[in-house]
Design a protein around this ligand. Structure first.
Ligand SMILES: Cc1cc2nc3c(=O)[nH]c(=O)nc-3n(C[C@H](O)[C@H](O)[C@H](O)COP(=O)(O)OP(=O)(O)OC[C@H]3O[C@@H](n4cnc5c(N)ncnc54)[C@H](O)[C@@H]3O)c2cc1C
Ligand SMILES: *[C@@H]1O[C@H](CO)[C@@H](O)[C@H](O)[C@H]1NC(C)=O
Ligand SMILES: *[C@@H]1O[C@H](CO)[C@@H](O)[C@H](O)[C@H]1NC(C)=O
Length: 432
């Protein structure tokens, strides 16, 4: 917890959302990770493994309240992404790291496999393309199945051809994040003499500061300053008066892992070259759950051919056997900075969206009964490409992009960001 020695004062004469920093106390800290989602937590773990002192800041009252708890919880194999892209490399590597971490730390997960299905002859070329792409990305065990074989494996399935991906699976994301938090709160490092592990020694603990929002920052030469405020005070802000931070952090390393609000925050850092900050787009994805099912209709994940902006309304199972369908793609606009810092997005699932789900799902699950879909939850994709544009890769900006040593901005960490989290973390932490 940060000690807030001053309080956010919202009085001021200047209009416009400027930040005034007079008299705020300052605190030096080696590394600051902004955002305690699955990516920020994985980065904090990697930094602490490397002996760094880390402060993790999140605007919410606890970890993992953003996109990390509003997704399909699928461990992706790495099929869809252009060869050699960050998404392809981090997904394949991150998957292996994630399975290993889950096994070693007792995080509930299951490698249940997945079928990507073509429901008409016109979709078969896309399925072939996915197979080739997956092979090029190094995904193990991919196999094209004739309809009969796929439908024997999954009797409720209707398709003309299917791509089997045995490496795909599911994970309990909350348990995963809790386990990461526990690991970095009481991190034990192996003590090695020669090649022999002698025991474990406690290293620097990572500190968490929840309810703390980074409202902006400043660069003076190569020194970074981050402005931190108590979230509850920001929540009451009138949007016009000048903002005063409660505390100014003086870090050597800053990893900006704020997900949906990363571009908004980066724009609020004075002195950062704004030309490098990519434009941001937001796409909501809603899930519906299958009601009144004692036995799930499928054993594996079932995905249609991907659509623009997402992977298509697919079937996911969680570890309790609940069946979810989603997410769809709904582009949203008019997101403002402060409400994005405080995660005040609209996550309601409107019941009428179910009307679009039934026909989509029945293409591969014809026995879906009328009235069986119930609103589940929604998540928002932090996208760098808008409607009609080709998907963007993850963007990881370090000193080479913006010239500031120690600053790493993570932008557009949409799917497969959960699967990739540990590989992204390794990549980021190994720079310091
Ligand atoms: C609908 C949907 C389905 C998905 N399905 C999958 C899937 O099946 N498999 C997969 O691998 N990936 C999936 N993803 C992607 C995955 O969920 C994300 O890539 C991942 O959760 C991103 O984690 P993160 O830590 O970057 O962001 P977040 O989890 O969003 O964390 C960011 C954190 O930053 C905090 N924050 C924001 N602004 C500030 C600020 N100014 N100051 C302090 N704190 C701040 C927030 O409170 C939040 O906790 C899906 C995404 C969506 C939207
Ligand atoms: C802990 O942090 C301090 C200061 O940042 C550093 O000098 C020390 O080596 C670290 N200790 C470990 C065990 O990593
Ligand atoms: C964070 O804020 C919430 C709501 O304002 C409050 O209930 C909670 O106690 C706070 N947590 C911490 C760690 O300060």
């Amino acid at each position: 917890m940060l000690m807030f020695r001053a309080h956010l004062t919202l009085a001021g004469f200047n209009f416009g959302a400027g930040i005034s920093t007079t008299n705020a106390p300052k605190e030096k800290v080696e590394c600051v990770v902004i955002g305690a989602g699955v990516v920020g937590l994985a980065v904090a773990r990697e930094l602490s493994i490397r002996g760094k002192e880390v402060l993790v800041v999140d605007s919410a009252p606890t970890f993992g309240t953003g996109t990390s708890s509003r997704n399909s919880e699928v461990i992706h194999a790495g099929i869809y992404y252009p060869p050699n892209s960050f998404k392809a490399l981090f997904c394949v590597k991150g998957r292996k790291l994630l399975y290993r971490f889950c096994s070693e730390h007792g995080v509930p997960h299951k490698q249940i496999g997945k079928l990507i299905v073509a429901t008409g002859a016109s979709e078969i070329p896309q399925l072939n393309h996915l197979l080739n792409c997956g092979i090029e990305n190094g995904v193990e065990g991919l196999r094209m199945l004739e309809a009969s074989e796929a439908m024997r494996m999954e009797p409720e399935l209707q398709c003309v051809k299917a791509l089997l991906s045995p490496a795909s699976g599911i994970v309990d994301t909350h348990s995963l994040m809790l386990s990461l938090v526990v690991c970095i709160s009481i991190f034990l490092e192996p003590v090695i003499t020669g090649n022999i592990i002698q025991g474990e020694a406690e290293s620097n603990r990572t500190t968490f500061s929840y309810n703390t929002t980074i409202i902006g920052g400043e660069l003076e030469g190569h020194q970074m300053f981050l402005y931190a405020s108590e979230s509850k005070d920001l929540g009451n802000w009138d949007g016009r008066t000048s903002l005063h931070p409660d505390l100014i952090l003086i870090p050597k390393v800053v990893v900006n892992s704020t997900g949906l609000s990363a571009p908004a925050l980066a724009k609020r850092v004075q002195g950062l070259h704004h030309g490098a900050i990519p434009p941001s787009y937001y796409a909501r994805g809603c899930y519906f759950t299958l009601s009144n099912t004692r036995v799930p209709p499928f054993k594996r994940l079932i995905y249609p051919i991907p659509e623009e902006g997402g992977l298509g309304v697919h079937v996911t199972l969680d570890l309790d056997g609940q069946v979810k369908f989603g997410p769809d793609v709904e582009w949203i606009t008019g997101v403002d900075d402060i409400s994005s810092f405080l995660n005040k997005f609209d996550y309601t699932v409107k019941t009428d969206r179910a009307e679009r789900f039934y026909p989509e799902i029945r293409k591969y699950f014809p026995n879906l009964k009328d009235g069986s879909l119930e609103p589940g939850y929604a998540g928002i994709r932090p996208k760098l490409s808008g409607p009609g544009q080709a998907p963007f890769d993850f963007v990881i900006q370090g000193e080479d992009t913006h010239g500031v040593p120690g600053l790493v901005n993570l932008f557009g960490i949409e799917s497969p960001g959960l699967t990739s989290s540990m590989a992204i973390a390794e990549y980021v932490a190994s720079r310091f």
